[in-house]
Design a protein around this ligand. Structure first.
Ligand code: FE2
Length: 363
């Protein structure tokens, strides 16, 4: 039976981060990740209570926001979570309609539909809650020609890009026992369906385990894996995240490139730190993944991992957490036909994460 797309989503419009110092975060993403700065809002543009910087590369758009006074409600988010992703904003044809459908299907309201306007046109938006303090804004920017949104002024601070093209997936960590509730939320409220699931037999090491289900939207453009910890001998990486983020939230954002060797080479030159796997990973690689176009020596030099599924293969690598709390990190991924998530790398990857956890005294 052909399933009706109850809530069509055009794509991830932006990710908004609440951070302690947006000016410095923006500089880190410009100089570290090669994003150009395209818009700014703050006191100079008539926004009195906060400052926001918009950064773009390919189709990836990130917004970094900080409050200017201690009594600002955003300050509580930062006090509790540290720097992190507040909003996974979804671009829709009709924000009010999307909001009303989501509410009728059980979502909790964060912002009722609002309209904002300047000489660039009209933006309509509304927002619902998802896991933890994370939200989804529905944003309708039909015909809007201004800089990002009303209140923002255009900026053009160029930066040499590293080849990041779009957001491949955004992963949420939720509490033990809560994964299926959030899987149901994405199915029931947003009309997503289960793309693939992993249990603790797929994802476990000597010490810890986790379970994961990947939800995808009707158009197949958006993938949201949801992780929960599974009981293990020691504290899992998900437990460590939940402890330091003080609850559920975005664990990692995967960014797509079509030349991972060039992209990761540029990121490493810019000082971005990645997890490393032992040299033995590469000894077994040709037997495991078969023929690939990339020279193994280059992959090993950069620490890039490879996995194959029925449809093709993928190359991936993970950064260390990008803040002092061991919370949010990034994945860089190149897909050569494969639509999966690198199951064959889970063990090597989690052992790499656990080595870092042990160094932090959290294993
Ligand atoms: Fe991922």
């Amino acid at each position: 039976m052909e399933r009706e797309d109850v809530l069509p989503i055009q794509g991830i419009d932006y990710l908004e981060y609440y951070v302690g110092n947006a000016k410095q975060a923006a500089y880190f993403y410009r100089k570290g990740f090669g994003f150009q700065m395209t818009a700014y809002a703050g006191p100079e543009t008539g926004v009195r209570d906060r400052a926001s910087y918009v950064l773009e590369q390919g189709e990836v758009r990130l917004v970094f926001t900080t409050p200017l006074r201690p009594e600002h409600p955003i300050m509580e988010h930062i006090r509790r979570h540290g720097d992190g992703v507040r909003d996974i904003a979804l671009r829709v044809e009709d924000a009010a309609a999307a909001y009303h459908v989501a509410i009728a299907r059980g979502a909790r309201s964060v912002q009722e539909p609002t309209v904002s306007e300047d000489e660039g046109g009209i933006i309509k938006q509304a927002a619902i809650a998802t896991y933890g303090d994370t939200i989804h804004t529905f944003i309708e920017r039909r015909d809007y020609l201004g800089a990002f949104a009303p209140g923002y002024e255009p900026l053009s601070i160029p930066e040499e890009p590293v080849g990041l093209l779009q957001i491949d997936h955004v992963v949420g960590n939720v509490d033990l026992g809560a994964m299926n509730r959030w899987v149901d939320f994405y199915r029931d409220v947003l009309g997503f369906s289960l793309f693939v699931s992993f249990d603790d037999k797929d994802i476990s090491t000597e010490y810890s385990a986790l379970m994961s289900k990947v939800m995808a939207d009707g158009g197949g453009r958006i993938k949201f894996p949801i992780n929960e910890p599974a009981p293990g001998r020691r504290k899992s990486q998900i437990d460590e995240y939940l402890e330091f983020y003080q609850g559920p939230g975005v664990q990692h954002v995967a960014l797509l490139t079509d030349d991972i060797i060039a992209t990761v080479g540029a990121l490493q030159e810019r000082g971005i730190e990645f997890l490393t796997v032992p040299p033995s990973y590469y000894e077994g690689l040709p037997a495991r993944v078969g023929e690939i176009a990339e020279p193994i020596a280059a992959l090993q030099r950069l620490g890039i991992l490879v996995d194959r599924d029925e449809e093709g293969y993928l190359l991936q690598i993970f950064t260390k957490p990008v803040e002092d709390r061991p919370t949010l990190f990034y994945e860089i991924i190149q897909r050569k036909g494969a639509r999966s998530f690198g199951k064959g790398n889970f063990k090597a990857l989690f052992e790499a994460i656990e080595r870092e956890q042990a160094r932090r005294g959290n294993l």
